[in-house]
Ligand binder design. Structure first.
Ligand SMILES: Cc1cc2nc3c(=O)[nH]c(=O)nc-3n(C[C@H](O)[C@H](O)[C@H](O)COP(=O)(O)O)c2cc1C
Length: 202
């Protein structure tokens, strides 16, 4: 697919067809994710892949609980694959304490913003874009803070790793339901370039 089509077609997809995803497509998403840029080439990202019904069920049980009626959850639960992206702050503090960077104090105040989260977000975008290129749908969403401990416990994730967001992956539903048309973009306009770009000054 043309790059511009990948960018234009990408939408968060919140309901999926009942078809398994080719494992090779998931591997390509992960492989592309590791092509993301990272500060100092620290690569402080990790990916927890859940691609069986049992593991996906464990994810939702840990992160969503057993709420009453929840159409969002009903749709998201149809995804056959969930990839949780996690950032690793310490990888950056260690990398930047190396001689070529020299931040031996490992002071977090040196960082303009937490690049470990930034880089993991860039990797997540490559997962989303690769899904589009594979003809699949995907949705990035956060793990609620009050569920992080349960998520860690369920999957044995050490404290040093922060879930930045999870990505559901699956085939687009045949009827197109949940493919973004009813999401926030239906109620909000995309901000035009004139509003967001400042040329030569603010
Ligand atoms: C950091 C981040 C967090 C998001 N969290 C959620 C979420 O919790 N649930 C959800 O359904 N969508 C979530 N989204 C998707 C946004 O709602 C979506 O990207 C936005 O409405 C624009 O729509 P589009 O991506 O389909 O173009 C998130 C997106 C980002 C980048």
């Amino acid at each position: 697919m043309e790059f511009q089509d990948v960018v234009r077609r990408r939408r968060m997809v919140r309901r999926y067809a009942e078809r398994p995803v080719d494992p090779a497509a998931v591997e390509r998403m992960l492989s592309n994710a590791t092509r993301a840029p990272s500060a100092g080439f620290s690569q402080g990202w990790e990916f927890l892949v859940l691609d069986t019904a049992r593991d996906v069920g464990r994810f939702w049980a840990a992160t969503a609980g057993r709420d009453a009626a929840n159409p969002w959850l009903d749709g998201m639960r149809t995804a056959p694959v969930v990839i949780v992206t996690l950032s690793h702050r310490d990888a950056y503090l260690v990398r930047y304490s190396e001689p070529d960077k020299g931040w031996t104090d490992r002071d977090e105040a040196r960082w303009p913003v937490p690049y470990w989260h930034v880089d993991t977000g860039m990797a997540a975008l490559l997962i989303l874009q690769t899904a589009v290129d594979e003809g699949l749908g995907a949705c990035f969403f956060g793990v609620p803070p009050e569920r992080t401990a349960a998520f860690r416990g369920e999957f044995g994730v050490p404290e040093a790793y922060t879930p930045v967001g999870a990505v559901t992956v699956g085939h687009l539903p045949d009827d197109g339901a949940g493919t973004g048309a009813a999401g926030s973009p239906a109620r909000r306009r995309r901000r035009p370039l004139g509003d967001v770009v400042h040329r030569g000054g603010w």
